[in-house]
Design a protein around this ligand. Structure first.
Ligand SMILES: [Zn+2]
Length: 720
């Protein structure tokens, strides 16, 4: 950024004051048409340009579009595809911000805040190319030479001066704006010409499309180099220390709307702020934060103000992205136009807040422009250090409700959370990651069953990344040789013991999951960011209505209420935005086998019969998890590490369930007929050499607080 600013020190853009400079290295001429030397003010040969390429440095800003399913729609409809907008942003020394969308190649592993240097290539529309190549006479298209306006002269000089050079983002955006302005002038001239010749035009309709009023200003970004990590650290909770969100919300209206919109500034205020809510338990945006972050991320109304209504006419023009038409399009000119309009409104109506706007991190726009806006929400995934952190919510004018879980979703993107995804396989070995495929989380396609009364919180890996929840404190209750915290390597689980863990429902405590670190083979750091393959084990349940935290997960669907979940997530809680090419994945839904039927419960959405057992096989053995029982507030699971697949020989007489099939020694059919070794009673049971257990052999007295059966303390059993 510093190097970049130093390149942009000229107060007046050089293309307005200087003739085109001599090229540093003229590119080889690829066309036979030679320039006309007498026409060029520059001694350098002039090349025909159909595109302009500029090397630019800046900070990456990723925005994701979220198209939610209707809360009333079939909950099992396919999740919509995700769409991302990759943008380059930069702040100049005077605080001005610059921003462009770009088509980014090779984007895997990049996150908001990464510093990039990239070659931005803009295709020149024909009318612009004609201006740029006007010196070339016959080779430039229509072959006619015409007088260029002052604006066109500036554009031609600028394109030729900038092409194949390194520039600041500010200069690149100025180039885009000039192309846009010249193109709009051309389009206007064309419209006037067509009006004058309206009678001639009848029967020559094709000519009407000659100059389109739309120009694609999104460059292709090629040969991108990541030059460093950025300043996108934002509102992840570290060590449980609470943080405050600051935001401004702008509620828009428009004369375009038919019918008039129902949701207004008061509605938004009432649904943002607990104090203004219809009832003490109404799931406001503030209450979502209170409940799902365990009061760690605070959304206090005095520093999260709501403004409006702001009128947004059907068509108009704003400085940042030029002309817009909200009846036809909902892209950069409309979205950044709303941002310009909001600043304009704030400057007039609350100059004190306007003067500190830079320090207010989140800007939220409530736009009643569906279905022209096809997405429900669009938000920055992580906030760029040098750019704005923006969230647009759209709805249809006739809508009477905005689901708070959707705005909560968008704002959770701002802190750097990706989607809650699922890897769905077709049974033939073809698998596909569905970005929103986890329906147990507001970051996936999970919605409260009744969004007016209930709340659905985050999965364990999302809550972990955000810092809202943490691993269990002492999951094995001090059992000998067992891990002392809920974050451990699978190979640290004691061998051959089915140790019970009382897994709390996630709403019971903020220390509520196991993070089991597994083999790391094939998992390398990405751009210097550590990754660690881990499985998250959690229990979700609708709590009794008498529980103080009963709102947590009160909106869980019946399919996922009282289930044990296995998620895989390979990032750590490192205060960086999530790389959305590696989102958390829901891997398994587990359940106890009901004693009454002895048959597993079954749910839809491709999950089918829910198993009570889950296994992970790694280089150090096989981790076996069993769900024994469940209740409203917790579930009992067991964890067992196996080094063998079959009990045999000495292992049939060591009191261990060595193969973790739930049966030890003589109870295991593997041991039928296995003779007792002659010396087994001559000394205490030795650690078996083939197990390499790091824990000592089980003591003769019960180490487990929940012995499933007296006399055989360390053995777990299937209880159904
Ligand atoms: Zn999203």
């Amino acid at each position: 950024m510093l190097a970049l600013s130093s390149m942009a020190v000229n107060a007046v853009p050089s293309w307005q004051t200087r003739p085109p400079p001599v090229r540093r290295s003229p590119p080889p001429r690829s066309r036979s048409a030679s320039p006309k030397p007498e026409a060029a003010p520059s001694p350098a040969p002039v090349q025909e340009l159909k595109q302009v390429t500029v090397t630019v440095s800046g900070e990456l800003s990723i925005q994701t579009f979220h198209t939610p399913t209707d809360p009333n729609a079939d909950p099992y409809q396919l999740p919509p595809p995700v769409d991302n907008s990759y943008r380059l942003v930069d702040k100049s020394e005077d605080g001005s911000k610059f921003d462009t969308a770009m088509e980014l190649e090779d984007r895997s592993g990049l996150i908001t805040g990464d510093k990039l240097t990239t070659g931005l290539t803009l295709e020149l529309p024909k009318s612009i190319a004609d201006v740029v190549n006007s010196e070339l006479g016959g080779s430039s298209g229509n072959g006619t030479r015409r007088r260029l306006s002052e604006q066109e002269h500036s554009l031609r000089r600028m394109v030729r001066e900038y092409h194949n050079t390194e520039r600041s983002l500010k200069e690149f955006v100025e180039l885009q704006n000039l192309i846009r302005d010249v193109h709009e002038t051309h389009a206007e001239q064309e419209r006037r010409r067509l009006q004058v010749n309206l009678k001639d035009l009848i029967g020559a309709v094709g000519a009407a499309g000659g100059t389109q009023s739309f120009v694609n200003l999104t460059p292709k970004a090629k040969k991108t180099t990541r030059t460093g990590a950025g300043g996108a650290k934002d509102l992840m909770i570290i060590g449980g220390k609470p943080l405050n969100i600051t935001s401004v919300t702008f509620v828009f209206t428009s004369s375009c709307l038919k019918p008039a919109q129902y949701i207004n500034t008061a509605w938004v205020n009432n649904n943002w702020d607990n104090a203004k809510a219809a009832a003490p338990t109404t799931p406001t945006l503030q209450r979502y934060y209170d409940v799902c972050s365990y009061n760690k991320l605070r959304f206090e109304s005095p520093i999260n103000k709501v403004y409006g209504p702001i009128d947004f006419p059907c068509q108009g023009s704003w400085p940042t992205k030029g002309k817009y038409d909200i009846t036809k399009s909902c892209s950069d000119p409309e979205l950044y136009g709303a941002w310009d309009a909001a600043k304009d409104y704030l400057k007039k109506n609350d100059p004190a807040t306007f003067s500190i706007l830079e320090g207010i991190r989140r800007k939220i726009f409530i736009l009643p422009f569906r279905p022209v806006c096809t997405f429900g929400g669009r938000a920055n995934v992580g906030c760029p250090g040098g750019g704005d952190c923006l969230t647009w919510m759209t709805y249809a004018a006739e809508n009477r409700f905005i689901d708070m879980s959707t705005i909560f979703h968008e704002l959770a993107h701002n802190i750097g959370l990706s989607h809650s995804a699922r890897n769905v396989c077709d049974g033939k070995g073809t698998c596909e990651v569905q970005d929103y495929g986890d329906k147990t989380c507001f970051m996936g396609s999970g919605y409260p069953t009744d969004p007016t009364k209930q709340i659905l919180c985050a999965t364990a890996p999302q809550g972990y990344k955000a810092g809202w929840v943490g691993p269990m404190a002492d999951p094995f209750n001090g059992a000998d040789g067992a891990p002392a915290t809920g974050e451990f390597k699978y190979s640290d689980v004691p061998v051959g013991q089915n140790l019970p863990v009382l897994l709390p429902a996630m709403g019971m405590t903020d220390k509520n999951f196991l993070r089991v670190i597994v083999d790391q083979k094939g998992l390398a750091p990405v751009n210097g960011r550590k990754r660690e393959r881990a499985f998250f084990i959690s229990y979700r349940s609708i709590l009794p209505s008498t529980h103080p935290n009963f709102q947590y997960d009160s909106g869980l669907s019946s399919d996922f209420n009282r289930r044990v979940f296995v998620h895989e997530f390979n990032e750590t809680a490192d205060n960086n935005p999530t790389d959305d090419s590696n989102p958390p994945l829901i891997r398994n839904v587990l359940d106890a086998i009901p004693a009454a039927t002895g048959k597993p419960n079954s749910i839809g959405d491709g999950w089918g019969a829910l198993p009570s057992k889950w296994e992970y096989s790694g280089a150090d053995g096989r981790l076996v998890l069993r769900v024994l029982s469940k209740g409203q507030t917790n579930a009992t699971i067991t964890l067992c590490l196996a080094k063998v697949t079959k009990e045999d020989g000495d292992s049939c007489y060591d009191t261990l369930d060595n193969d973790c099939d739930g049966l030890a020694d003589e109870d295991d059919p593997d041991c039928t007929g296995v003779e007792k070794p002659a010396d087994v009673n001559a000394k205490p049971p030795p650690p078996s050499p083939i197990f390499k257990a790091r824990s000592p052999p089980p003591s003769p007295s019960p180490p487990s607080p929940l012995p499933p059966k007296a006399g055989k303390p360390t053995k777990g059993r299937r209880q159904a």
